[in-house]
Write a protein that binds this ligand. Structure first.
Ligand code: FES
Length: 394
């Protein structure tokens, strides 16, 4: 192991260690500290903060996320920051309640009397926090879908998850299993990842396909699906874009912005905007991430709010635009409420926080009620149709 330094987070006073060669964000995840983040690749600015003290070096990043002027003023992106001394940073975006409760995982010399936690488990849960239910655009952890994480020998990771019903649409289940596999495989030590869908009529096909890296059509070859999930992914991404955009616009309105100011704001202005509304605050970096990923903006002077087709929104047209976004959100929320009820009725495990048995208590994931939006409103073969080799509806 190389040198180890201390990172102090202001104003919450949390301290944790970072090893030489490790980014501050990775070190935080390793120790169960819930730092705000989005892309983890220096593109979205969600992890931007101000360096007060210490020597650092930044790995390559986008100048949209951190422009030259900000860099000159000691702003850094924690997902790109390598440290060479103890450092102290002022956080810009953070959830004070979650962060102030974070206690870093530390290594102490001790005699083992029973097998307990593993920092790698916290790291897996942090990765899973970023896996979304594709239709609801909510974390599968917050939704209560992830049941358990088990670390085995030689970097094997088993992630058990379940859905609200036995017949939830298999294409949705497959998407989630695929995303779980990708998210956990991003951990350098995770050599073999096994998403394990439980209590589902197509669990065998989903688990086998996700483990072997098969496409949906390959995994469900016996059912002659012959389709890809790309179209479905695109539909969900469009909905996620609309839901996030609405939250940010409403957050700005609540912060006193006029419609004219909102529709003419560029990305740099949005980046500096102070939003106090919790949902708007949560969605701001997520919105910027999806806006950039879809190529609807590429630099700080591009418009922050455009339609899905990349067109500007006139100020007079914003109320109508918001009405369309609201319809998308209400639909997603209705699906979510339905699935929360189904999940609760199915598993009846009491408070959602207690459901994931292996989640470390300090993960700071903000668990809430859950549901998937992927079950009841999508068509899938009835259980009886399975053995008859029915085609799967997309
Ligand atoms: S998480 Fe650091 S820039 Fe996106």
């Amino acid at each position: 192991m190389g040198d180890v330094y201390t990172v102090r987070l202001n104003p919450v006073g949390v301290e944790f260690e970072v090893e030489e060669g490790e980014t501050v964000l990775d070190a935080a995840f390793r120790q169960g500290i819930a730092l705000p983040h989005g892309c983890k690749e220096g593109r979205c600015a969600a992890c931007k903060c101000v360096l007060n003290e210490g020597e650092v070096e930044l790995k390559p990043y986008s100048t949209f996320a951190l422009n030259e002027m900000e860099r000159d003023q000691n702003h850094v992106l924690l997902c790109r920051t390598l440290v060479y001394s103890d450092i102290e940073v002022d956080l810009l975006n953070f959830d004070e309640e979650i962060l102030s409760k974070s206690i870093p995982v530390r290594t102490f010399g001790a005699e083992v009397t029973r097998v307990g936690g593993d920092a790698r488990i916290a790291a897996v849960w942090n990765q899973l926090d970023g896996v979304m239910d594709p239709e609801l655009d909510e974390s599968i952890v917050d939704l209560g879908f992830v049941e358990d994480v088990v670390i085995g020998a030689e970097g094997r990771v088993d992630v058990a998850f379940r859905l609200p019903t036995y017949w939830c649409s298999p294409n949705f289940a497959f998407l989630m299993a695929d995303d779980i596999g990708q998210a956990v495989r991003a951990l350098p030590w995770a050599r073999e990842v096994h998403p394990q869908l439980r209590d589902h009529m197509f669990a065998e096909e989903v688990n086998r396909g996700a483990h072997l890296g098969l496409s949906f059509a390959e995994a469900f070859r016996a059912f002659e699906v012959g389709a890809t999930l790309e179209g479905l992914r695109e539909t969900f991404l469009r909905k996620a874009f609309q839901r996030r955009q609405e939250a940010v616009i409403l957050g700005l309105r609540r912060a006193g912005w006029s419609d004219a100011a909102i529709v003419t704001a560029d990305l740099a202005t949005l980046d500096r905007a102070v939003i106090t509304d919790p949902e708007g605050l949560r969605q701001k970096p997520r919105y910027c991430e999806i806006l950039l990923a879809r190529g609807l903006a590429t630099g700080p002077s591009d418009l922050a709010f455009v339609t899905l087709e990349g067109e500007a929104i006139p100020a007079a047209g914003l109320p109508l635009h918001l009405r369309a976004l609201r319809a998308v959100r209400i639909n997603m929320e209705a699906n979510g409420a339905l699935c929360r009820g189904l999940l609760d009725a199915r598993y009846d495990e009491g408070p959602r926080e207690a459901m994931a048995s292996s989640r470390p208590a300090c993960g700071g994931h903000g668990a809430s009620a859950g549901g998937c939006g992927s079950c009841a409103l999508q068509t899938a073969p009835a259980p009886a149709a399975r053995d008859a080799g029915a085609s799967l509806a997309m």
